[in-house]
Design a protein around this ligand. Structure first.
Ligand code: AKG
Length: 341
């Protein structure tokens, strides 16, 4: 399934659709749990007087304090069901992730990461996007602004639980902008291109848009997975589908490369050992964990990998690709530079 044609598409566009990743039974199981969650959230929304723009995530799950085998403590989150847990290491997506997060040529893993650590990527966080079915008389849906940067280092699996058809909205992106040369074309467009990037009933693209960086409104069947690199400029297109939008986002990072650090319940007895490994923080890091969190209870997150460097060597990257930005405090940077790195 993951062949050179798909690799080329992913390298050129910054995203690719991996078809038929989930079968009907998996979809049914995921949708049953989704059904229960939607009912809960819609009720909360209407009590609070909120409009029908509902965006929610798995954050509502129960929390548990846990400690992993490296001594890190988490305020962990539980998954809803086996079907959701199985998405962590979905058998079709896993080998693809292993390659795009492990091979520094793709620009996610730093080039100085030792070979044996490259397969050890991690689930950093997950999101859910939901939209109710819309009628022409429903009010506006604003959608979202473009974000992503060629120096990002995370990769997302977008699972569609219902088909997204032509003109429905949902995931959109500006193809090729994961490469700095194309991103530059976008940055050079005069006007607020972040907000005005797509023509819909409620939004319009800037008239001076550069045709070299076209917007894709991505359609996908229920069960398909849209794989995209967060280097790519992407965002949410307003929803106008006559059916609901039900989308899951699983966001992965290379070993020791921190992003959002959701912190999962790594002791959940229902997780497999393999899944636990993918959820645990790496035992040491190549970029600094987030500055806005307190990691004093997490020994691994204060441990710099001995091979850490201030920059990832760009030689060996696929054509046009950018190395990951190595996020470091000034103090760590100075320390590494002082040590010659
Ligand atoms: O599919 C979407 O709604 C866009 C999602 C998005 O912007 C993100 O995951 O960062």
């Amino acid at each position: 399934m993951w062949d050179d044609t798909m690799r080329d598409t992913f390298a050129r566009q910054g995203y690719v659709i991996v078809p038929d990743v989930l079968n009907q039974q998996q979809l049914d199981e995921l949708n049953v749990v989704y059904d229960q969650h939607i009912v809960e959230r819609v009720e909360i929304g209407s009590r609070a007087g909120a409009n029908k723009k509902i965006r929610f995530s798995i954050r509502g799950r129960d929390r548990y304090e846990t400690t992993d085998r490296h001594g890190n403590t988490y305020e962990g989150r539980r998954f809803w069901s086996k079907a959701y847990r199985d998405l962590i290491d979905n058998e079709i997506m896993f080998p693809i992730l292993e390659e795009v997060l492990g091979d520094p040529a793709w620009g996610h893993a730093p080039a100085h990461m030792p070979e044996e650590l490259r397969p050890l990527f991690r689930l950093d966080h997950d999101n859910i996007h939901y939209k109710p079915a819309r009628k022409p008389t429903d009010g506006e849906d604003k959608g979202g602004t473009l974000h992503g940067s060629p120096r990002s280092w995370h990769v997302t699996c977008v699972y569609e639980l219902k088909t997204v058809g032509p003109g429905d909205g949902g995931f959109g992106c500006v193809i090729g902008t994961h490469k700095p040369k194309n991103e530059e074309k976008l940055l050079n467009i005069e006007g607020d291109w972040k907000a005005n990037w797509c023509d819909t009933e409620w939004t319009s693209q800037l008239p001076n848009w550069d045709e070299d960086v076209p917007v894709h409104r991505v359609e996908a069947k229920a069960g398909d997975c849209i794989l995209f690199t967060e280097k790519l400029k992407h965002g949410t297109i307003p929803w106008s589908g006559s059916d609901e939008r039900r989308t899951l986002f699983y966001k992965y990072v290379p070993f020791g490369m921190h992003h959002g650090n959701a912190a999962y319940d790594t002791k959940d007895p229902e997780l497999t050992e393999h899944q636990k490994r993918i959820l645990e923080f790496s035992p040491c890091w190549f970029n600094e964990p987030r500055e806005d969190r307190d990691y004093t209870g997490n020994p691994a997150l204060t441990e710099l990998h001995p091979e850490a460097r201030v920059e990832s060597d760009p030689r060996g990257l696929l054509p046009g690709m950018s190395p990951p930005r190595i996020r470091l405090t000034d103090e760590t940077r100075a320390g590494l530079l002082g040590a010659g790195g």
